[in-house]
Design a protein around this ligand. Sequence first.
Ligand SMILES: NC(=O)c1ccc[n+]([C@@H]2O[C@H](COP(=O)([O-])OP(=O)(O)OC[C@H]3O[C@@H](n4cnc5c(N)ncnc54)[C@H](O)[C@@H]3O)[C@@H](O)[C@H]2O)c1
Length: 328
Amino acid sequence: MNLYVISGVTGMTGNELARQLLSKGHKVIGFDNFFASSIKTVEDLLGDEKFTFHEYDLNCEEQMCRLSAEVSSVRSSYDKLFYVNCAAVVHTEHFYYVNRTFQTNVLGMKAFLDQAIDLKADAYINCSTSEVYSMDSYRDGGVKETDFLTLATAEHSQRTSYAVGKLMTEFFMKDAVNSGLIAGCSIRFANVYSKNELYPKHIIPHILTSLKREGKVVLLENSKKNYRTFLHNYDSCSAVIALMDTPSALDGTIYNVGTTEEISIIDLVKLCAEKMGIENPEIIFEGYRKSDPERRMLNTDKIRDKTLWQPKITLEKGIEMCLEEMAN
Ligand SMILES: NC(=O)c1ccc[n+]([C@@H]2O[C@H](COP(=O)([O-])OP(=O)(O)OC[C@H]3O[C@@H](n4cnc5c(N)ncnc54)[C@H](O)[C@@H]3O)[C@@H](O)[C@H]2O)c1
């Protein structure tokens, strides 16, 4: 049995990852400061003695020392120790606040990595993002981990600060592995969604909630042209586990994790409406987001070659799962 320490455990990736690991019989110690989530996402896990939850802040030195002491005191009871950093300032609205995202996403990531190294953890998983592809987010067959980047900069939009911070974490990860301090890798996720997002800020919960409440949807002008792929959090988590279970993959490098099921945002609204039995949904276009690529698709050959991972939840199925949850 392994021990997994997960930051941001009540977030989309964290809570599902904990659930999948517990179902395999492992121990999980997770924490979150509820910046963008609530205890509700792990309510079903709280009675499980193999799950320990703390309301801790990644940026609080004293709480992180307590975590380190706890992990250190129990680690000899487990075969392997893994650290997974899911805590981050994630939603698009925060991308423009450079200081806030830097503190948690870069300094917090680094401090958590240092803790994993101090405790001689077997591996560290760094959650990065497809946002690092910035203006080069699409090409035939999908963008690859090895492709060079064309980044929007401060001359264009403060928005890229989130991506640049995440890019920096990939360097910390690689350096730690190359220096022989720990094993691990970075994962570039693309547009993850789940059935239990607390705030309807991502596009899928926004569309579903708007259609349910008002029968219409307000979208950015960008949505007239934009296409995206969407990754269900069941699949983002099974990718994390597939990588952790493959020692040769924990080589400090980067793995794209996404689907190739591309859809225009307009068609996404139509699909959601169809699933809700709404004919001809009203779409209102308001506002414009600078430096937002029209298409974003990742090439996932690398993770598929290294592991047996492949996404299982189709977009249609994922939307049905969201709607089932909304009905409860
Ligand atoms: N959701 C996406 O589309 C997406 C895409 C690419 C990458 N990612 C990355 O995947 C990782 C997981 O994201 P997610 O989708 O689960 O997002 P999420 O917002 O659902 O989860 C992040 C969690 O971190 C917590 N958190 C934030 N600051 C914290 C702090 N200082 N201390 C403790 N907890 C804190 C939040 O409360 C939240 O529960 C992040 O690193 C994110 O950048 C997500």
